[in-house]
Design a protein. Structure first.
Length: 463
């Protein structure tokens, strides 16, 4: 009499179902990829397709020089050999200097099909997205290996940066979709900064006995902004994912990028536009002109309520130190000042300071601190704004800073070249908002469209 285990073994060939499942999946993947390779080769050998590529080559200063055997990677990470038409880029007119020329040859046929760095579109979707989600490229490479995709750490890093660089060429058009052109949108725009370590090679001579000059790792502040949709109660609309993006450059570059995004959104028919941020240096002096350039009836400026309350504490402390309030009054006065802040009665807080403090020097110091942060009273009308359904907090950007920057860019022991840091900020922003697939698809479809456009241009020149 056979045992149940023997019966299972006779049906699937092994008593380990996980092993059986992996073998079947591997077998089907191999069969599918062999079919894909044969179709790719058939397309590349097609005469009409070659005529298209020759025409495109003339428009981009490339000439066909023959066929070459190259190895490409499909979604499993395996390498397959194909015969690809090779095009040579024209030499620059200025030949006085012999410079190293990158990407001298191009495989236009594979570029049209969506290959980049000799990797298929599906492999790009999977590997680059995982590289953004994992804490490091090394971890992402190990996870890919567990999924049956063979890509080492160096290759993954190279592919990731090259693909993101390609998608960032038209970053605003790739991120914004038609849903942001609707009428009646209630927008919330927030801005804040994070932290990262900037890796810079030290200049000068190497120290005696040192193998390298070494590098410095100074802290710097990358900036991030978010554009969200809110409902009539001022709550974030979860059905429409927000827009995240940022840069490691200065504040002017941040607002230049933000303005480009806002230009692609239907602001004329928006129900309301709210700018919300903390009192960081350089933020409000740039938000104010931007807000004035829009329709004033729908634009509101709000300083984050939590940060405003935090900045009231030093003022109450100055009252206590100047003997304007006693120990038993401290909590009562703190509650009173917060209530005045909630109602937007900043002048009443000034009056309270003037009445409680009698020494001119202490009074001047407390009033200066109050006016430096709470000078523009319009930003602090929290009770009024909440009744209108306008958000009074910048929790969306605080969450974005943590998810986009702190968990990947600010990780312990990670030092960044600024160019690569900005690419990773853009990539994680799109992955965490669920836009990465559409961003990459738009980039690849735009490249196919450019092929058709160049072909039609050549046909008109011939005609």
């Amino acid at each position: 009499m056979t045992s149940p285990i023997d019966e299972i073994r006779s049906i699937i060939g092994t008593d380990d179902f996980a092993e059986f499942e992996r073998e079947i999946i591997e077998e089907h993947i191999m069969t599918a990829e062999e079919k894909i390779i044969s179709k790719i080769q058939e397309v590349l050998r097609n005469a009409a397709f070659m005529n298209l590529l020759r025409g495109v080559g003339q428009c981009v200063a490339c000439r066909f020089i023959g066929w070459r055997k190259i190895k490409i990677r499909l979604s499993s990470g395996r390498r397959y050999e194909v015969q690809s038409p090779v095009f040579l880029r024209a030499k620059p007119k200025d030949r006085r200097r012999r410079r190293y020329r990158k990407d001298v040859t191009r495989h236009l046929g594979l570029e049209y099909l969506g290959f980049h760095c000799k990797c298929s579109p599906e492999l790009l979707h999977r590997s680059v997205q995982l590289a953004a989600l994992c804490p490091s490229f090394e971890t992402a490479s190990m996870v890919l290996d567990d999924l049956g995709i063979k890509m080492d750490q160096r290759l993954l890093r190279h592919v990731c940066y090259e693909v993101v660089d390609m998608t960032m060429e038209n970053r605003c058009d790739n991120v914004i979709d038609k849903s942001w052109e609707q009428k009646g949108l209630r927008l919330l725009v927030c801005i804040d900064g994070g932290r990262l370590r900037h890796r810079q090679t030290r200049r000068g001579r190497k120290k005696k006995g040192a193998k390298r000059c070494g590098y410095s790792t100074d802290w710097m502040e990358p900036r991030l902004f978010s554009i969200s949709c809110v409902d009539e109660k001022g709550k974030i609309d979860r059905k429409r994912p927000p827009i995240y993006d940022g840069t490691v450059e200065n504040m002017d570059r941040v607002f230049e990028l933000l303005t480009k995004y806002l230009e692609r959104i239907n602001l004329k028919d928006a129900a309301s536009i709210t700018f919300c941020a903390d009192g960081g240096n350089g933020i409000w002096e740039r938000i104010d002109p931007l807000a004035k350039s829009l329709d004033s009836s729908t634009v509101h400026r709000v300083l984050d309520y939590t940060h405003a309350k935090q900045n009231l504490a030093p003022i109450v402390d100055l009252l206590h130190q100047g003997r304007g309030i006693w120990d038993y009054e401290y909590e009562q006065v703190t509650t009173q000042v917060k209530e005045l802040l909630w109602q937007g009665r900043i002048k009443d807080i000034e009056l309270l300071i003037s009445e409680r403090l009698h020494r001119k020097r202490q009074k001047r110091k407390a009033l200066k601190k109050l006016n430096d942060y709470f000078g523009d009273h319009e930003k602090f009308q929290y009770q009024k704004y909440q009744s209108m359904g306008i958000p009074i907090g910048s929790g969306t950007i605080e969450s974005a800073i943590r998810r986009v920057i702190n968990l990947r860019i600010k990780a312990p022991g990670q030092f960044w070249i600024l160019e690569n840091a900005e690419k990773m900020i853009f990539l994680r922003s799109q992955v965490l908002t669920g836009r990465w697939h559409s961003v990459l698809d738009k980039t690849l479809s735009r490249r196919r469209y450019n092929f058709y456009e160049n072909h039609l241009k050549l046909q008109k020149m011939i005609a």
